[in-house]
Design a protein around this ligand. Sequence first.
Ligand SMILES: NC(=O)c1ccc[n+]([C@@H]2O[C@H](COP(=O)([O-])OP(=O)(O)OC[C@H]3O[C@@H](n4cnc5c(N)ncnc54)[C@H](OP(=O)(O)O)[C@@H]3O)[C@@H](O)[C@H]2O)c1
Length: 321
Amino acid sequence: MKRTILLTGKTGQLGSELLLLLPELGEVVVSERQELDLLNPQSIQRAVREIRPELIINAAAHTAVDAAETREAEARAINADAPGILAEEAKKIGAAVVHYSTDYVFDGSKTTPYDEMDSTAPINVYGKTKLAGEQAIRNSGVPHLIFRTAWVYSTRGRNFLRTILRLATEREELRVVRDQFGAPTWSRDIAGATAKILGQLMSQDSPAASLISPVSATYHLTAAGETTWYEFARAILDEATQISPGVPWFAEATQARPLITKRVIPITTAEYPLPAPRPYHSVLSNSRLIQRFGIRLPDWRSQLRHVFEVERTARVTGPHT
Ligand SMILES: NC(=O)c1ccc[n+]([C@@H]2O[C@H](COP(=O)([O-])OP(=O)(O)OC[C@H]3O[C@@H](n4cnc5c(N)ncnc54)[C@H](OP(=O)(O)O)[C@@H]3O)[C@@H](O)[C@H]2O)c1
């Protein structure tokens, strides 16, 4: 039985990785923005009704955390309303939903890793809208897997890894926040874990919804360990000194300019004010994921090393761009 999977967000850090792995599980349908615009409820309904997928994987989101503070309506439409509509439509046709959320649903006041039973209390618009999206999916009653992840990066797209590499070509000194704790997580490993979980669940010849229903829940899915943005920046620069500058993605990220940063200075959040407040400690416990699916992501530091190693030969063009 060939399953039809509708994937949103195919151009994003995560969606582009899912696009490479999901064909193992079924026929992947990706819609262009003009056909499925998450800002347009009718286009969502029309796409789901026409495609009639067995599984909807929503990797799309409004991820610009600071911009969301002043563009709340747009963030809410994409992060809160659209997942609800996808879920309602999925429910009507007997499909299941896989969705991604964020560590920013927590306020960061806990000093040990958050588990899925901990109370949510987002402190910025992005986190509030993402939490509302989760709740809309849960309230719909559709069989679902919601994966909360964190500090997502990739060698493509807009993310901290690439920002640090660019800044390192421009500034001798970088000032980076050292009082926020989290787990930087490579988008390819999130996609890999998703595909493995779905592969486990959908190995039987039954509808995806009936296979996902028994494990329908929210799961934390991040790299193991924890760090700060400051330590993450230093680790990126350590790896960067060991990579050949001609590696295509690296040359593109640095615009083939030399790295000139000599010092990374730790600063406090108060010294680097941004429009959106961030949680201080948003480390997520992955225990539920490990227990239920036997899947454990590597430690963030070894994952970063691995990214620099495996991406040595990656082309710049391709499904990510
Ligand atoms: N990035 C992080 O640090 C982070 C942290 C925690 C959780 N997450 C969650 O992880 C998931 C994946 O994030 P990501 O970093 O891969 O995101 P991303 O790289 O910013 O990609 C977002 C995707 O959403 C699509 N999109 C945006 N608005 C849309 C609309 N109106 N209609 C249809 N598609 C739209 C974008 O399409 P275009 O290219 O056409 O704009 C893009 O493909 C999201 O649920 C996010 O909330 C991310």
